[in-house]
Design a protein around this ligand. Structure first.
Ligand code: MG
Length: 268
C-alpha cells in the first residue's frame, strides 16, 4: 500500500504538471466585431453603421472595428470601400454622399457621428485608417483622425486603437501617437521587422498565422499585441485561441464568445 504522504506528493506533482497546460488554455481573449456587430436583424446587416457599433456595445464586446476614408473636402466618413454606390470618396466632396442610405436606412456615418456613439460605452474603437490614393493622403487621414479623437475626448489609448494596411500611416502613428496600440494589417512583415519601424502590434489574416504560427509568440516576446482577422469558422477560431492571440476580429462575435467559454475579455 502507498503511504498517505507519498500519495499527496504524487498528487501535487501531477497538479504541477497539468497546471501550465491549464493556465495556457485559460488565456483570456478580446473579441472585436468586424465592421461593428452588423450580422443581425437589428442592424439589417448594415456594416459600419452606427447600429452595428451600438449592438457591439450592447453585447459588451471588447472592441468594434470600423473603416475610415477621406472625402475630397476632408470629411472623414465611415465606409469599407473607396467608393459608395460607385461614387469615389477621395474624388468627391461629402455633399455627394449626403442622400445615400445604408441598408438599415442610416445616413453614411461621418467619423464625428461614429465617435459620438463610441463615447457612450467602453467598447474599444478599433479605427482602421484605410489606405488613400497616396502615402501623404493616408498620413493626413491619420492626423485628422487624431484631431477628431481629441475633439471628442477620446484621445485615450484605453478607448481607441489604430489598425492600417498603410505602412506609411502605421509608421507615422508610431511617431505621433506612440502610446496607442498601432497594428499593421498587411501580413508580409515579421514582428521583428515591425518593431524596427516602431510599430507595436500586428493584426494579420488567419492564413498568415497558419503559415507563421511562431509570429504570435515572437510578437509577445517583443511586447507587441496580436490581433487576427477575420475569423468566422469554428475550426479557425479554435486554432487562433490555441495559438494564443490577444484579440479575435470576427463577423461572428457570439460564436467566438461561446467557444471562449468564459475566457473572454469584455468591455469594462
Ligand atoms: Mg476594416
Amino acid at each position: 500500500m502507498v503511504p498517505f504522504s507519498k500519495k499527496i506528493t504524487w498528487l501535487v506533482l501531477a497538479a504541477l504538471m497539468v497546471m501550465p497546460l491549464t493556465l495556457s488554455a485559460q488565456k483570456k481573449v478580446q473579441i472585436t466585431a468586424h465592421r461593428g456587430y452588423w450580422k443581425s436583424e437589428k442592424t439589417k446587416d448594415a456594416e459600419n453603421s452606427i447600429a452595428s457599433l451600438k449592438l457591439a456595445q450592447k453585447e459588451k464586446l471588447w472592441g468594434s472595428e470600423f473603416d475610415v476614408h477621406l472625402t475630397a473636402d476632408n470629411v472623414i466618413v465611415v465606409n469599407h470601400n473607396g467608393d459608395i454606390e460607385g461614387i469615389k470618396i477621395h474624388e468627391n466632396p461629402f455633399s455627394a454622399f449626403k442622400d445615400i442610405r445604408l441598408k438599415n436606412g442610416e445616413k453614411v456615418p461621418t467619423l464625428d457621428s461614429y465617435l459620438k456613439q463610441g463615447a457612450k460605452s467602453n467598447t474599444v474603437l478599433v479605427l482602421e485608417i484605410k489606405s488613400q490614393d497616396n502615402d501623404a493622403r493616408s498620413i493626413q487621414l491619420a492626423d485628422l483622425c487624431i484631431q477628431k479623437l481629441i475633439d471628442h475626448k477620446l484621445y485615450d489609448p484605453s478607448r481607441v486603437i489604430f489598425i492600417s494596411f498603410s505602412l506609411a500611416a502605421c509608421k507615422h502613428l508610431a511617431v505621433v501617437a506612440p502610446e496607442f496600440t498601432n497594428q499593421y494589417l498587411n501580413g508580409e512583415l515579421s514582428p521583428d521587422q515591425l518593431k524596427e519601424f516602431g510599430i507595436n502590434g500586428l493584426d494579420y489574416n488567419t492564413k498568415v498565422f497558419k503559415k507563421h504560427p511562431e509570429w504570435v509568440s515572437r510578437a509577445h516576446e517583443l511586447g507587441m499585441s496580436v490581433n487576427v482577422w477575420t475569423v468566422n469558422k469554428e475550426e479557425d477560431i479554435k486554432q487562433m485561441i490555441e495559438l494564443g492571440v490577444d484579440c479575435i476580429t470576427t463577423n461572428e462575435p457570439l460564436l467566438v464568445r461561446k467557444l471562449l467559454n468564459g475566457n473572454e475579455i469584455k468591455s469594462k
